[in-house]
Design a binder for this molecule. Sequence first.
Ligand code: GAP
Length: 488
Amino acid sequence: MAKITKLDDIVSLCKRRGFIFQSSEIYGGLASCYDYGPLGVELKNNVKKAWWKSVVQMRDNIVGLDCSILMHPLVWKASGHTDKFADLIAECKKCNVRTRVDHLKEHAEEHTEHISIDSATADAQDLSNKVCPNCGTIGQFTKPMPFKLMFETQMGANVDDSMTLYMRPETAQGIFANFRNVLDTTRVKIPFGIAQIGKSFRNEVTTKAFIFRTREFEQAELEFFCEPGTDEKWYEHWRQARFDWYINLGLKKENLRFREHEGNELAHYAKACVDIEYRFPFGSGDWQELEGIANRTDYDLRQHQRGMRTVNKWLENDRNLTNIELADEAEDFQKGPLSYFDDEQKKHYIPYVIEPSAGIDRSALAFLVDVYDEEIVRGEQRNLLRFHPALAPIKVGVFPLVKKDGMPEIARNIYDDLKKHFNCFYDEKSAIGRRYRRQDEAGTPFCVTVDGQTKEDNTVTVRDRDSMEQVRVSTDQLLSHLREKLEA
Ligand code: GAP
């Protein structure tokens, strides 16, 4: 029977098999930063490929972008991040540990990413019954204060022209800032989407649970532009499409659910938002956000039109954001530089935006947790990762049964052939059973073994990871046999 996975099992497997390491481990590690090892980078790339294939490649009306992490500071003023992207924190007077106020209620078992400061402030009047998750002291907190989540950095060597920039806290704004460029250089027509995968940075107050919440992470975001009035239809479309994506890649349905945001929980830009939650195995096995799908309305494009009108003021202010207010919205903002002209209806408007926003690291963790299994086979424990073939870091292991009688040469030839098509792994060391176990633990769906019979009839065995069953396949049918199984 499948085992209930513990996060510790996953962390230990990830380290042992080279999926994920602590960053800067040789120096004692850097909190909440992780490095992906040889198997981990394949898994993560496969998650990204699967997302790109489903969101961009398989759709005619979605194009991609890859924007820089550092952007003009006014981007973040216009988007609202410089003023509003903060967590409300309180410091325990006994141990001096700072905690997000919205995490205090439930002793660090939270459901939300970042709730608006305004709503957190309203909810945070009384901390007298709240427990410090670090030392357990009750009700001994400082007055709640905002803690800004964007990392700052300086650009430029000269004092005169250096300026403060922010590491982007979401990839979305690069898409909004390029909306006009995409409209002018492609043939997209509304409804259409712009997709991007890339790193984001947040100086999170509480990091936790391995790669679940880190300060540097990767997001896969789609901004889907549609005509106002059709937004609710597209919101429904994307919430289902994104849910199905996880199911189609093998996540168990019973571990996934939707959670609609309450009004006071909505981000400052959203009219509606739903989380796809996964039952992660930490804390009390609680549901946690995997991805958010938001109706961002026309907020961002309208704000960037105001940002564009603020540039001169910013230049006059020595390129400093301090004490700068965004310019008012133009009266004819619907015809502004970031509007869309509908040829058929002969009208300008600012499109509405539906945004599915997924975390690549968090998805990778969910896939790892969901497929981890332990079973007893002939008195021995077998650990395995039952990855969907599209996600498996290695698709095919190729082995000679023994290291003699010409078997390694034949196996090498097969490996050289197959690796043109899939990520393969050749192994001739140790007993065949151990080699199978190593591939089971790496999540490799198939292992091909050259044995004594191969020389006689040109067949090899193909072993299935999940059932451990083996079938004989002729070498000239091997590629199509594997293709059929891996691409099913
Ligand atoms: N553009 C909208 C946006 O960024 P979000 O809910 O803050 O929305 C979207 O983030 C997704 O990014 C989350 O559902 C999560 O998967 C991932 N994410 C956010 N913060 C993260 C963090 N600190 N570490 C890992 N993943 C994170």
